[in-house]
Design a protein around this ligand. Structure first.
Ligand SMILES: [Zn+2]
Ligand SMILES: [Zn+2]
Length: 345
């Protein structure tokens, strides 16, 4: 059990929370989309979209275990080769997720190269695509087999929860992007369970693995009378929870890109991302280009602000700015800020 200090967010958040997800844009907001999410006290990291990723260090790329791609337009997927080049010789299990057709796109990129000298490499790409009905299809691409596609496995994903680890789970929804399905993502952690250190001292209970067991028992909702031994004495989960635990909802990160502000898309966003703490959201255009935004399946800055306000986000980070507005970037923040009064970046 690590000593994790409680980090309290500003009062505007309305709730105290340990910040576990540390998301940041890979590029400038006018560059290719991509958000790198470091997870505190976790060896692995997640990436949302695979645009140009030259700004990430090899060390950062090697930490990735889960990559979530919104769609395969070139500005969201051109980083695939760079990633592959970096991780190729490593014994990694890399998980990639994307909308319908994603497996074929990844397969196509892999078929573009010759792989006769990699038969002792241990890299495996597990590539998953999902549909709106909640069907997940996963195909392994094994480096030692020259990345020939393995057997597809199809499973059901209730609520479109497509990935789950002890530290986080990811839910998705598909949006319309000028006729193309585009995935948005919700990354959330389980409820946060912290312990009152002063009570531990008062009871003379030494920190140890039992705290990890207790945390897991609380998260899993085991029965109150479930026994747990602390420093040789028998206690119950219910008693220890009452005495020690501070329980808070887990942190939620949202990623949205390349969707028009149609009523159907907005209703889907509301369902997927209500209760999101930090939203990374595209804002390709300014308000004077809202017709063009609608035609090309994009959002304006004002629409991004409306979405962030609607889902109750604490913080909004904008990206995907059109290059033609390079000289008037402050307008993105002004227009989003007219609709959203939280922290804006
Ligand atoms: Zn696109
Ligand atoms: Zn795009």
């Amino acid at each position: 059990m690590k000593n994790e200090p409680l980090i309290t967010l500003p009062p505007a958040a309305g709730r105290a929370m340990t910040v576990s997800f540390l998301p940041r844009l890979v590029n400038d907001p006018g560059g290719d989309p991509g958000t790198y999410v470091r997870i505190r006290h976790e060896r692995h990291a997640a990436l949302f979209d695979l645009g140009a990723i030259g700004a990430l260090t090899p060390r950062e790329l090697l930490k990735l275990s889960h990559i979530f791609v919104s769609h395969c337009h070139i500005d969201h997927f051109i980083g695939f080769d760079h990633l592959l080049r970096t991780i190729l010789g490593r014994p990694l299990q890399q998980h990639l997720y994307g909308p319908p057709g994603f497996i074929d796109h990844v397969g196509g990129r892999l078929r573009g190269y010759t792989w006769n000298l990699v038969t002792d490499y241990e890299l495996v790409l597990h590539v998953t695509e999902f549909d709106a009905a909640g069907r997940l299809t996963t195909v392994p691409f094994v480096c030692a087999d020259g990345f020939a596609p393995g057997a597809a496995v199809t499973t059901a994903a209730p609520d479109l929860i497509i990935a789950a680890t002890p530290r986080f789970r990811v839910r998705t929804a598909l949006f319309d992007h000028a006729g193309l399905p585009v995935a948005g993502y919700r990354l959330e952690e389980p409820m946060q369970v912290n312990f009152r250190r002063e009570r531990l001292h008062a009871e003379n209970w030494p920190p140890g693995p039992w705290l990890t067991t207790l945390r897991r028992a609380i998260r899993d909702g085991v029965a109150d009378d479930f026994p747990l031994t602390v420093a040789g004495d028998r206690h119950t989960v219910g008693e220890l929870r009452e005495k020690l635990a501070i329980i808070a909802p887990g942190q939620v990160f949202g990623y949205l890109t390349d969707l028009a502000a149609t009523p159907t898309n907005l209703a889907q966003v509301h369902r997927l991302l209500t209760g999101c703490d930090v939203l990374f959201c595209e804002a390709a255009f300014l308000d004077d280009d809202r017709q063009r935004a609608r035609q090309t399946g994009h959002l304006t800055a004002r629409e991004a602000g409306v979405i962030a306000a609607d889902i109750g986000a604490r913080k909004l980070v904008l990206f995907h700015f059109s290059p033609k507005n390079h000289h008037r970037r402050e307008l993105y923040y002004r227009q989003a800020g007219a609709a959203f009064h939280g922290e804006l970046d």
